[in-house]
Design a protein around this ligand. Structure first.
Ligand code: 5GP
Length: 390
């Protein structure tokens, strides 16, 4: 390697390290989309041995890295076969939190679709109890699920701070997802479950699922619509986030903007009028760069709508969507923004810090998170000087 190539490789390495060290807020992560490949393979092997699936076929599907939107949803059906029992749900919830904490995510909202599965004796409630059991089982990291006693000086990667490894802390909150395949009454059950579990870390509702199936949200006259459930959440004071514009469904995008949820996911296929409306409403957007490019919602990283929203100072937050499925991490999403759009370390820090404003958790948590960033600021913004040889 010549000196120039070596210098470039070192700069890439240094920037990646910085993005990992940056405290981050993750607002759009689907539980079953964030499972480690190694865990999926292990589960698939187990079911293969039992003759439930053909392991060799499934293995190739899990390891494939480029996926279209329809392929992703086929894969979710497979994941749901692999992760149906309570113990597995507990295991994946634990591992997902560990993986985000390893990336210095200090606040994580995990969303998941509560599932009924009679064959396994699973109800939506017992599914969520299994998720919470997983969060409580995390040992390497302190997980704050209900309280606000977040001690800021222990939240960062302390190893980078002073050479001593201390236990990290992470706030975890849960959003219950309504799958677009569900009926009105099933969607209402999910919102009622969220109400029931508000004191157990559940703080919001999400509408997701394959955007080319299910009733359009705008079809209020149709009995199979999600609007009653979303409205019920709103009436109960539960914040709502909706997947919006993953495909160019004009009526639906319009209806989602009219509903005016607290946050929106993706917003890929908006036309000029819809962009204008989104910007005037100032609804914070959960930006999922890798996911959007891989599933065709954005033509490329360079042409991703992040740049337009960022330049317009629209509220936004970088997210992973499905870190397992798309082989990404939140640190990598920040790195991609730096390298694609040329944001400086200062701008990346601001971007990460600004996301605190859009969390669904209460003001006490927000205040603690602000302290985390304040504590990290000097070290991260003086990184280059600190790293320079004396
Ligand atoms: P789970 O809710 O089972 O924990 O996570 C997987 C589910 O999240 C999928 O079945 C799907 O309903 C939803 N999901 C994950 N990624 C996406 C995405 O990019 N777009 C949409 N619309 N839904 C998604």
């Amino acid at each position: 390697m010549d000196t120039e190539t070596e210098g470039k490789a070192a700069a890439v390495e240094e920037m990646r390290e910085w993005c990992v060290a940056l405290p981050k807020v993750e607002l759009h992560a689907h539980l079953n989309g964030s499972v480690r490949n190694s865990t999926l393979l292990e589960l698939a092997k187990h079911l293969g041995d039992k003759g439930v699936i053909v392991f060799e076929d499934v293995k190739d599907v899990i390891m494939k890295s480029d996926r279209s939107l329809p392929e992703c949803f086929k894969l979710f059906d497979l994941f749901h076969i692999l992760t149906t029992d309570h113990d597995t749900v507990t295991r994946i919830a634990k591992e997902v939190v560990e993986d985000f904490a390893a990336e210095n995510v200090v606040y994580l909202e995990i969303r998941t679709t509560p599932k009924n599965n009679e064959a396994k004796g699973m109800t939506k409630r017992s599914y969520m109890d299994a998720v919470i059991k997983g969060l409580k089982a995390v040992e390497d990291v302190d997980v704050e699920l209900f309280g606000s006693n977040f001690r800021t000086n222990e939240t960062l990667s302390s190893k980078l701070l002073d050479g001593v490894t201390k236990k990290k802390k992470i706030y975890v909150r849960l959003l219950l997802s309504i799958d677009r395949r569900e009926t009105t009454s099933a969607a209402l059950d999910t919102v009622n479950l969220a109400v029931e579990m508000m004191d157990q870390g559940v703080i919001g509702i999400d509408l997701s699922g394959n955007p080319v199936v299910g009733e359009c949200i705008c079809n209020v006259l149709c009995r199979e619509t999600y609007l009653p459930a979303l409205q019920h959440a709103k009436n109960m004071g539960i914040p709502v986030t909706i997947h919006c514009g993953e495909v160019a469904n004009r009526k639906e995008i319009q209806a989602v903007l009219d509903f005016c949820p607290q946050r929106l996911g993706h917003v890929c296929c908006l036309n000029d009028v819809e962009w204008k409306k989104l910007k005037s409403l100032m609804i914070p957007v959960e930006i999922c760069l890798t996911s959007n490019v891989m599933t065709g919602g954005a033509p490329s990283l360079e042409l991703h709508h992040f740049a337009d929203l960022y330049n317009a100072k629209h509220p936004l937050s970088l997210c992973t969507d499905d870190s397992g499925l798309f082989s990404t991490s939140l640190s990598n999403e920040y790195y991609l923004v730096a390298t694609t759009f040329g944001l400086s370390k200062f701008e990346l820090f601001q971007l990460a810090q600004d996301a605190v404003q859009f969390v669904f958790a209460d003001d006490v948590v927000k205040k603690s998170l602000k302290e985390v960033f304040k504590h990290a600021e000097k070290r991260l913004l003086m990184w280059d000087e600190l790293a320079a040889p004396s």
